[in-house]
Design a protein around this ligand. Structure first.
Ligand SMILES: *Cc1c(COP(=O)(O)O)cnc(C)c1O
Length: 447
């Protein structure tokens, strides 16, 4: 084993990893990447079939994003966002507001500001309050924490402090910090920490949500959901129309809606944001993973003018949102994110994606024909192939992915679900190769 591997085994602790198993085998140490390919320190190449844990969009080592980061680096890497602003953070906020679900209504808000007071619809009316405000943080979990704290605080400012309950879905995943874990519903990850968590009502579907809102509606601050598909639950798409129904129920009972698009954002489901597909405008939109094209840890929580305005007041009123991180609004991250959005336009990423989504659908049919495959699920360019039935301890998903790795494809299973979500830039040939290798691995290891 080379000395880097040795040092890894001696000093590192990897996330979501049983370190005893890890230390029993030689680690793959990535040295470089190009497009949808990664290369390790032995010069072996792999296709990045899970987009480096769902983050990468336009490929590794993309010239435009690289150049943008270098140009920003020559100016400044980071300065505080507490009491200061910076150029790329401002420009990125404008861009994000411009593409957010329901953005066309943004223009109306600004028109309203210039018109006389009498004609202005109240900003407290949700229908007239699109996502106009961007609060930066560092990763998906912090984007969710920000939404949780803002939602609670918002209702205090509105004189409804009894609205302090949160509702989330069974099997939900919103991140690994304590607030996000409270919203989470995956026992394997979350149950251990119960003594640290705040109480959340977990519901299974729209009927469950309706029931909770009918009983506790007046006390619910917010409902949180992963739009269109639950990720860490094992790539489980929601029934069509569920998201719109959740929005309708929130409106009926006055609760705000937190859309966690940390995984689904930036083209993953076939549209820029998953919410667009059901014409839903949330009150909070959490973004991270793909925001920088998969380059840097940066997150954003978008919210409405209605929420923002509730926090305005005299200094002495203490209406300030007392939350922030050392690296809030980091310039390198914002420059990468701006460049990634430019690549979406330049390369017509979403247009080109559509035929790859169709190809993935065809490939999923072929997975379904395999004996160990019990289900093959897809939502846009996100797919999960479930094998089974195998007990969790059998490590069926892990073993299949280990074999795929030997065959040049890297991905990570969620239990018995093998994840397929390469960078959006993957070519059709590469996508066929990924699926072919995964089928071969499943057959060899599990049949
Ligand atoms: C990954 C993920 C998160 C957490 O993001 P981190 O950047 O890992 O903290 C939150 N919500 C969803 C839906 C995710 O997929």
């Amino acid at each position: 084993m080379n000395s880097l591997a040795d040092k890894d085994h001696r000093h590192l602790w990897h996330p979501f990893t049983q370190m005893r198993d890890w230390m029993a085998e030689e680690p793959v140490i990535i040295e470089s990447g190009q497009g949808a390919r990664l290369r390790d320190t032995h010069g072996r190449e792999y296709l990045d079939a899970n987009a480096s844990i769902w983050t990468n969009i336009h490929g590794h080592n993309h010239p435009h994003i690289n150049a943008a980061i270098r140009a920003q680096l020559d100016r400044i890497a980071h300065s505080s966002f507490l009491g200061l602003s910076n150029v790329p953070a401002i420009e990125l906020a404008e861009k994000l507001v411009g593409i957010a679900p329901g953005a066309s209504a943004v223009a109306a808000v600004y028109d309203r500001r210039n018109s006389s007071r009498a004609e202005r619809p109240a900003v407290t009316d949700r229908r007239y309050s699109p996502l106009t405000r961007v609060f930066y943080s560092d990763d998906g979990s912090t984007a969710v924490e920000v939404a949780i704290k803002m939602a609670l605080h918002y209702w205090i400012h509105c004189g409804q402090p009894q609205r302090r309950r949160f509702v989330a879905f069974a099997d939900a995943y919103h991140g690994d910090t304590i607030g996000a874990v409270s919203l989470g519903g995956i026992d394997l990850f979350h149950a251990t920490y119960k003594p640290l968590l705040f109480e959340v009502e977990h519901v299974a579907d729209a009927a469950g949500l309706k029931l909770v809102l009918e009983i506790h509606g007046e006390e619910v601050a917010a409902v949180a959901i992963e739009p269109l598909i639950q990720g860490a639950a094992g790539m489980k798409p929601w029934p069509r129309g569920l998201l719109a129904e959740v929005r309708r129920l929130c409106d009926e009972h006055g609760a705000v809606l937190i859309a966690d698009e940390v995984m689904t954002g930036f083209g993953r489901t076939g549209t820029m944001f998953a919410c667009e597909q059901e014409n839903v405008r949330p009150d909070f939109l959490c973004l991270a993973k793909g925001l920088t094209g998969g380059y840097m840890p940066l997150a954003a929580t978008l919210t409405t003018e209605r929420v923002f305005e509730a926090f305005l007041g005299d200094y002495a009123e203490r209406k300030t949102f007392f939350h922030g991180h050392s690296y809030t609004g980091n310039q390198l991250g914002c420059a990468a994110a701006l460049a990634s959005l430019e690549v979406f336009e330049k390369e017509r990423t979403l247009v080109k994606l559509q035929s790859k989504i169709t190809l993935l659908r065809e490939e999923m049919e072929k997975f379904r024909a395999l004996k160990p495959v019990v289900d093959a699920r897809q939502c846009g360019f996100i797919a999960g192939v479930e094998v089974g039935p195998f007990p969790w301890e059998a490590k069926a998903g892990i073993r299949a992915c280990q074999r795929a790795r030997e065959l040049g494809v890297l991905t990570r299973p969620i239990g018995n679900v093998i994840v397929i979500m390469p960078p959006l830039c993957v070519t059709e040939d590469e996508l066929r190769q990924i699926c072919g290798v995964l089928r071969k691995a499943i057959q060899e290891v599990l049949e």
